[in-house]
Design a protein around this ligand. Structure first.
Ligand code: WAQ
Ligand code: MG
Length: 268
């Protein structure tokens, strides 16, 4: 068997608490700049290392003063999941995005309260590093560490699928690491039965397209979900109220998952 590696990068910067808009209840001293990861075979590690390093050093959120790159051999069985089909919606403004999110999420049986709590998380100035888990009925935030959230990790894409995906995305000028990595993450997340949907807004000030994802919707890109210049962003996973949180977090953080191409366009 080929040895596979999880390569992950995280860049951050020390901050003086007054310098950014912090909530009154807690003080944070680190600004998250950038993070990325993938699963690769040995020959690919060197180039990924330098790609992640370059990315960390030149990021629109700022200059980091700490970059951590971890390279870890994967010993567990790798699970395969299909990539979600990708579509782009017409959306002209954050207000329209909100409306779209409400109608789509309510149609899945998610409560208005849960959607409102989601909007709070993704529009808060206090951007968390991971995702918030919101129970679809009660609207309760269920992640154990609210400052950190839950970090999805150990995901990648099979080589031949990556090439095919690249070709297809290139046709619409979407062959960027931002889109590919978001699609890979969303595909891992969506394949877990207790997760009903995901909403994401980038925390990059100049990246204004977000998405809504789930087994029912596929990966639906939402342009203009925020206005340029905003530093906030976030991810929310709507989960069944009955979900076993520990098992769910174990899957998201630890289970190695490779996605594979299974057809991308879907007319909707
Ligand atoms: N696990 C959980 N949450 C994460 C992770 C992760 N591995 N990485 C980022 N987040 C959360 C965190 O709160 C960030 O602030 C937020 O998501 C946004 O992260 O098709 O670039 O890496 O054009 O800025 C969407 C692409 C891009 C849409 C999303 O997210 C498209 C993006 P970012
Ligand atoms: Mg970002």
């Amino acid at each position: 068997m080929i040895t596979m590696w999880n390569v992950r990068m995280r860049a951050s910067k020390d901050i003086v608490p007054q310098a950014v808009n912090l909530s009154k209840t807690r003080i944070r001293h680190e600004l998250h700049i950038s993070g990325a990861e993938g699963i690769y075979d040995s020959p690919a590690i060197t180039s990924m290392f330098s790609e992640y390093l370059t990315r960390a050093l030149h990021h629109p959120r700022g200059k980091p003063d700490k970059i951590v790159i971890t390279i870890e051999q994967i010993n567990e069985q790798i699970m395969r999941v299909p990539l979600l089909p990708l579509t782009t919606t017409d959306c002209a403004s954050p207000a329209q995005a909100r409306e779209m999110l409400f109608s789509a999420l309510l149609s899945l049986g998610i409560t208005r309260k849960a959607v409102n709590n989601c909007l709070k998380v993704i529009s808060s100035a206090d951007t968390i590093r991971g995702a918030s888990l919101i129970s679809m009925k009660s609207g309760r935030r269920s992640e154990p560490d609210r400052e950190r959230g839950v970090r999805v990790s150990r995901m990648g894409i099979e080589k031949t699928s990556e090439r095919r995906l690249g070709t297809i995305l290139s046709a619409t000028n979407l062959n960027t690491s931002t889109v590919k990595e978001a699609l890979i993450l969303a595909s891992k997340v969506a394949s877990y039965p207790d997760i009903i949907a995901e909403v994401c807004i980038s925390d990059d000030p100049d990246y204004t397209t977000g998405y809504l994802a789930g087994r029912q919707f596929g990966y639906r890109r939402i342009p203009n979900i925020k206005v340029p210049g905003e530093m906030h962003g976030g991810r929310v996973f709507f989960i069944k109220d009955t979900a076993n949180i520990k098992a769910l977090i174990g899957y998201l953080e630890k289970q190695p998952v490779m996605s594979y191409f299974s057809g991308l366009s879907r007319d909707r």
